[in-house]
Design a protein around this ligand. Structure first.
Ligand SMILES: Nc1ncnc2c1ncn2[C@@H]1O[C@H](COP(=O)(O)OP(=O)(O)O)[C@@H](O)[C@H]1O
Ligand SMILES: [Mg+2]
Length: 263
């Protein structure tokens, strides 16, 4: 068996419904895993529990049933070995870009000299060289997102969890970020779990697409995307084989969309 970096095994999650005293089943028996360096996209309707799954991998939430393993070890507390890029950039407004990116290394007691070198490398990798002394409000939304990614890359996690990271960006910035992420994740050799509700984004970036159903969420399909790399994110449908891969995902996912509600 090849070593899995991250494995979700029979995950179930029930939450208390605020006010009513009842419980709601969100996730129901979800199993999938990620091999070293794999890019796994997770798609599913809003509210199906995608963010909940990432929180479990980060050790911020324990599943009601099943477990998540990181290198074979069950995650039972905050998992500092994974990187988490949230939906909003969440850079500290009172810190410069340099200070924001440096923070995870300070928290890990990395010596100052080594910190400087790693921060410079991470900032350069996301294309923000020259902006080290800028505060977040002096950066565009896309640049803040880059800063947030640099802050994750800086401590070289072997797993990067990304929760709809480009959802709030305009379409052009989003494509540029997708393209950069493709390069960065390949260079870092990192395993990526990438949550999105955008099928095109999932297919163009991922090695596998995991499709979740509406609540209570089950795993509908885990589809391999065997397209050559690097892929053209700017004209995704021009990648050979893209259309068939897209259709394979869409044919499963469409059953989860309430067309009547879509107006
Ligand atoms: N801490 C919590 N307490 C109660 N309900 C929660 C909690 N976290 C998430 N939920 C519920 O779980 C469901 C899935 O949430 P989430 O994982 O954020 O979905 P997604 O990211 O797929 O949109 C939602 O119905 C949400 O209201
Ligand atoms: Mg979410």
């Amino acid at each position: 068996m090849t070593g899995q970096v991250l494995a979700f095994d029979g995950i179930g999650q029930d939450f208390a419904t605020p006010g009513s005293g009842g419980r709601i089943r969100v996730l129901d028996g979800i199993s999938f895993d990620a091999e070293p360096g794999q890019f796994v996209a997770v798609i599913g309707p809003s509210g199906c529990g995608k963010s909940t799954l990432l929180q479990m991998a980060a050790g911020l939430l324990m599943p009601t049933r099943g477990n998540v393993k990181h290198h074979g070890r069950t995650i039972d507390s905050v998992n500092q070995a994974v990187g988490f890029v949230p939906q909003q950039a969440q850079l500290f407004p009172w810190k410069t870009l340099q200070e924001n990116v440096e923070l995870p290394l300070v928290l890990r007691s990395v010596p100052a000299e080594q910190r400087r070198a790693q921060v410079a490398k991470a900032i350069e990798a996301v294309g923000l060289k020259g902006f080290e002394n800028y505060y977040p409000n002096q950066l565009s939304g896309g640049m803040q997102k880059r800063g947030s990614i640099a802050r994750t890359l800086v401590y070289r996690p072997d797993v990067i969890l990304m929760d709809e990271p480009f959802g709030a960006l305009d379409a052009q910035t989003r494509m540029v970020m997708q393209n950069d992420l493709q390069t960065l994740s390949a260079e870092a050799g990192a395993t990526v779990i990438f949550v999105t509700h955008d099928i095109t984004e999932a297919v163009v970036l991922a090695d596998r697409v995991v499709i979740l159903s509406q609540r209570p969420s089950r795993l509908l399909a885990n589809i391999a995307i065997d397209l050559p790399r690097p892929r053209d994110v700017f004209e995704p449908f021009k990648n050979p084989g893209f259309e068939q891969a897209y259709d394979a995902v869409w044919s499963v996912f469409r059953s989860q969309i309430d067309i009547r509600g879509a107006h």
